[in-house]
Design a protein around this ligand. Sequence first.
Ligand code: GRF
Length: 197
Amino acid sequence: MKEKVRISVLVSGRGSNLQALIDSIENGSLPGAEIVQVISSRKGVPALERAGKAGIKGVAVSKEDFPDERSLADELLRALEDEKTDLVVLAGYMSLLHQDVIKKYLGRMINIHPSLIPKFCGKGFYGMRVHKAVIEAKEKVSGATVHFVEAGDVDGGEIILQREVPVEEGDDENTLAARVLAIEHEILPEAIRRIIT
Ligand code: GRF
C-alpha cells in the first residue's frame, strides 16, 4: 500500500483551518494524507485542544522558550524531521519562520492567506487587518489563497488555489472575515488534494 503523505500543521490560535483538515481526513475526502503533528507558536491555544481531541500529537514551539531565532528554528526543524514531515501546512501560523526552515521545505510548505493575493498581502496584512483594508478600499470582491511559501517573501510563492467571495453592502471586517473563512475551509483541503495526487 502506498504510504500516506505526512503533514505537519503549524498554527497559532483558533485552529478552524486545522479542524477543516482533520474533518476532511476523517470523512475520507482527503485520502492519502495524515496529520502527524500540530505545532503551535503559542501555548494553550484552541488549535492544540483540537489536535488532542483528534488524537494528534500537539506541541508548542514558542518564542518565550528559546533565547534566539536560531535555537527556535533548530527546534522547529528537529520537530519536523522527527515526524518525517513531507508537507508543512501553515494554517493560521502568525509567526515569521526562519529562512532556514522555509528553505528546507521549499516546494513542500504551503500557507493559507485570507485575501486574493497579490491584493492585501505581505507585510502588515495579517488577521483582521486584511479584511479591514479590503472594506476601506471599497473592494467588491475578496477571497482566500493557498500558495507555496517562498524564502524572503511572506505571501509570495506560486498560487495553488484561490477562490472569491463577494463583499456585501454593510459588511464590516467581522462579517467579511466569516465569509472568507468559510471558503478557506474549502480550499485548504482542496489545495492539498491537488498537490498530493
Ligand atoms: C485564517 O483567516 C488564515 O487565513 C489566517 O489566519 C486565520 C486563522 O484562522 N492566516 P484559524 O486559526 O485557522 O481558525
